[in-house]
Design a protein around this ligand. Structure first.
Ligand SMILES: CC(C)(COP(=O)(O)OP(=O)(O)OC[C@H]1O[C@@H](n2cnc3c(N)ncnc32)[C@H](O)[C@@H]1OP(=O)(O)O)[C@@H](O)C(=O)NCCC(=O)NCCS
Length: 195
């Protein structure tokens, strides 16, 4: 089964950054501290308790970028089914969140490399699609990374603060094992907390 290949740690993409993929249960407390510190710097308005490196749903997998032993980039993944009520169906996605590059390292291509590593992780998991929700201000970043905005697919989602969200943050899609044409029409429901 392809998931048995994960994680494949210590890969270098030719840059000084080493990319790794870690299951949540493999992370040591000090690694959560390093993650929480990075996320607190990258997400100034989100509260991360010490040692707690997530804010909403707890991730299943972490994609990590290190330079000279320092954590400089992170994205989290959880596999889940999204509901497509207009087609009365569900679709399996790798739901991606907590995408972050160290503030001192932004603007130099690390975010793009991070999202390539995320795409490779979703592929190795054998998932049909990648999915994430974002604010309109960062949509262009994800588009540069090959993701497509789901503007015709309103998303209803449980936010990190556990409230229900009906608009503003919209979905973004990455076709992985299946083409975008197979994405179901209409609304999308994420019946779980966002990462
Ligand atoms: C968003 C983030 C991950 C981007 O990382 P980065 O290392 O600066 O990104 P890169 O330098 O690899 O940029 C890749 C491309 O996206 C563009 N881009 C980067 N951030 C962007 C933004 N906020 N809005 C629009 N375009 C952006 C870059 O201009 C670049 O385009 P190019 O290929 O034409 O040169 C980083 O700014 C970050 O951690 N922000 C804080 C946390 C956050 O907002 N995360 C996303 C939450 S949904």
């Amino acid at each position: 089964m392809r998931t048995a290949l994960l994680p494949r740690d210590g890969r270098s993409d030719g840059s000084p950054t080493t990319w790794s993929c870690r299951w949540e249960t493999a992370l040591a407390p000090r690694e959560h501290d390093a993650l929480a510190a990075l996320l607190a710097r990258s997400y100034a308005t989100t509260a991360f308790a010490r040692g707690r490196s997530w804010a909403g749903a707890r991730p299943e997998l972490r994609v990590l970028g290190h330079r000279d032993g320092e954590l400089v980039a992170h994205a989290a993944v959880i596999r889940r089914f999204l509901r497509a009520p207009d087609e009365d169906t569900s679709v399996l996605v790798g739901d991606v969140g907590l995408v972050a590059v160290h503030p001192g390292r932004q603007g130099g291509g690390l975010g793009g490399a991070l999202m390539r590593s995320v795409a490779s992780t979703l592929d190795r998991l054998g998932l049909p699609f990648g999915f994430l929700t974002c604010d309109p201000e960062v949509r262009a970043f994800y588009e540069r990374c090959g993701w497509t905005p789901l503007l015709e697919h309103p998303v209803r989602s449980i936010r990190v603060d556990q409230d229900l969200e009906d608009h503003r943050r919209h979905g973004m899609l990455l076709p992985v094992a299946r083409p975008a044409t197979e994405w179901p029409a209409g609304r999308v429901e994420r019946n779980g907390q966002e990462i």
